[in-house]
Ligand binder design. Structure first.
Ligand SMILES: [Fe+2]
Length: 359
């Protein structure tokens, strides 16, 4: 399959030399966000009680929407610098993250506990086990995609040392794979089992088959998580990988982390990293925290289904529940995806002209 030309096809050097995916909020936009937060914030409300119109993004609105365009139809990654951080408490920062989500799509559940915003911080989780999750550990993470169209990471505190963010284009990795390993590249189109790491919802199997690369309407879509593929091999009934298939996955994993492909960046407090999971992998280096609990590394993670994404390959249905553009899809439903969650999703879908499917 010949790959189409796309701005999501970039090398580390190209992304480093290109400032178009980095946007900075000016003082006015920052002031507008602070005012919007002060006006919209209501301690009596839960996240689900807020409506899009409760938060006026003001001059920050167009910047957020420009970044979203870059993520959806451009390079597959954007960084917004300068979100209000000084004088904003954790709860306020979480709400700012939520406010962006309400303005740009339908937030999706994350993990066994069905959180709609996760705190990315070290709570001592061991990453490399059958139930390990990276976001709650301080470990060096494998390059991976999250189970959602779009990921927001808003940085509240950075680590004392380490915790560097790394991104890599799967379009570039696949193109390089075709060139350097033409015999192995086609194996990436075949499904392999990914473990759900113990986060399966009632009725969901502990693993699911999914290709690493697939195509729809001439566009490439990708999914990868070495840790989950490795742990799925321990689940009874999961077909063992052939030696050649294993070699293909190893070659792909080596490519995405190769220095000329992977771009490293530091997220500073007030930075918002936005990633399109279908074309961009992410990773993070191990980190050491500050001793002071108030200064420990903390990012808020929001997962989102956009109202105007792409139709996904049919092979994505097993994980995303629905593949049509504009549907509320993706996320990890977890064990508490109840009527309250669905009512929120239905309402948010209606506000954005999206389709809600109860899958
Ligand atoms: Fe992630």
């Amino acid at each position: 399959m010949t790959l189409p030309d796309t701005p999501a096809d970039w090398t580390a050097a190209q992304l480093a030399a290109d400032a178009n995916w980095i946007l900075t909020l000016d003082d006015r936009a920052r002031k507008d966000l602070m005012a919007g937060l002060a006006k919209g914030r209501d301690p009596a409300k839960t996240l689900f009680d807020y409506r899009r119109e409760d938060f006026d993004l003001g001059a920050a609105g167009p910047v957020v929407h420009r970044a979203m365009e870059e993520v959806k139809r451009g390079r597959g990654i954007a960084l917004i610098r300068g979100f209000p951080r000084e004088g904003v408490d954790e709860e306020g920062f979480r709400l700012l993250t939520w406010a962006i989500g309400l303005h740009t799509g339908c937030p999706r559940p994350q993990g066994k506990q069905t959180h709609y915003i996760s705190e990315v911080r070290d709570v001592g989780t061991v990453y490399r086990t059958g139930k390990g999750r990276g976001y709650s550990s301080n470990a060096d993470l494998d390059f991976h995609t999250d189970s959602t169209d779009i990921v927001f990471l808003t940085c509240y505190n950075k680590a004392a040392s380490g915790g560097m963010s790394i991104v890599s284009s799967t379009v570039t990795a696949y193109r390089t794979m075709q060139k350097e390993h033409p015999d192995l590249a086609p194996l990436l189109l075949e499904p392999v089992h990914f473990s759900r790491q113990g986060e399966e919802a009632p009725g969901e199997a502990p693993s699911y088959p999914h290709p690493i690369v697939d195509f729809r309407d001439g566009k490439l879509f990708s999914k990868w998580n070495r840790n989950r593929v490795t742990s799925a091999q321990q689940i009874p009934g999961v077909p063992p990988l052939s030696q050649k298939h294993r070699a293909a996955l190893e070659a792909f994993d080596a490519l995405v982390r190769r220095e000329d492909l992977a771009h490293s960046m530091w997220l500073e407090p007030g930075d918002v990293q936005i990633i399109n999971s279908h074309v961009t992998l992410h990773s993070r280096t191990e980190f050491v925290d500050h001793d002071d609990p108030a200064r420990k590394r903390l990012l808020f993670r929001l997962w989102l289904a956009p109202p105007d994404g792409d139709d996904l390959p049919e092979s994505w249905r097993v994980l995303y529940g629905a593949v049509g553009r504009g549907t509320v899809r993706g996320g990890i439903l977890g064990q508490h995806h109840d009527e309250g969650c669905k009512a929120f999703e239905r309402r948010q879908a209606a506000a954005l002209g999206m389709r809600f499917v109860d899958y």
